[in-house]
Design a protein around this ligand. Sequence first.
Ligand code: TYM
Length: 332
Amino acid sequence: MTRVFSGIKPTGHLTLGNYLGAMRQWAAVDQHRADALFCVVDLHALTVHHDPARVRRLSRQAATLLLASGLDPALCTVFVQSHVDEHARLSYLLECVATDGEMRRMIQYREKAAREQRRGGSVRLSLLTYPVLMAADILAYGTDEVPVGHDQTQHVELARDLAVRFNQRYGHTFVVPRATNPSVAARVMNLQEPLSKMGKSDDTGPGIVHLLDEPDVTRRKVMRAVTDSGRDVVYDRDSRPGVANLLEILAACSGGSPEALAGVYESYGDLKRDTAEAVVEVLGPVRERHKELCADPGYVEGVLRDGAERARGTARPTVDAAYRAIGLLPAG
Ligand code: TYM
């Protein structure tokens, strides 16, 4: 059976981008067709300036939202990265396979390091090695497919490269994974700055729809989205990025293709109104289920405990094999 692994980082409140670009496919498709694991990658949240209590809170919230979005522990494994030691164990071995130059070429490293420096902070070494830990997340599970938004493609490519290099040097140990992306909304843009990704770590701006926003807040954000000059509704990411973003969001929420939907609308106002309603409709059940789950924290804890145990059992043989292959003396 195909093995699927993906993760989400608790560095901010989850957004419509996370949902449409990743979580929705995990729940609607991946958990039904594959042996799938979904992980709240809390170790990754420590790579930039962080508040310990906030990371803990956001980790619990992210896990709850994964379940609220439809992940079913009877069908897939949901767990928290730091509960499974194999991630950190394997990450070190992969640091001995990756190179400094490879890390410095990563686009997200460059962007995030620049942002930390602009804020007057220093750049944590773990930010540089972030993609190696991510490769460890993926390779520890013998993953075939990694369903992610477009922004993670380069990181998954690195995981592939490290798997191939390790296998060539030390003998076949890892499955070589590949990224999969949703057909629409693989890159949802900020409603106020349609040339930038809708990112959860950014400040809570009017251009970011959070999964737990009240419906009226969501409506307001969509209605105030920046559109482009010109009046006619056409789908063109280059010349009309604001309108293209709305069409993609609407297509992802209501079905249909952005190109076809463009032909349906005569004004930006109508497009925004329908997009706002479609988003509110899609997020409604997630918010409802989240509320129910918050009333039963013991359930979520139990899911995470079982998930970690299952995940450990899956990862350990592969990580142990990597330890042997690379030349470490077994503990006996
Ligand atoms: P993260 O937490 O930034 O995002 C989680 C998932 O949401 C997708 N995503 C988006 N998709 C479309 N439009 C957007 N605006 C948008 N914003 C986020 C991301 O592509 C991702 O699929 N490094 C990863 C977490 C990670 C991981 C892994 C993922 C760590 N280890 C192993 C897969 C496998 C990250 O920061 O995702």
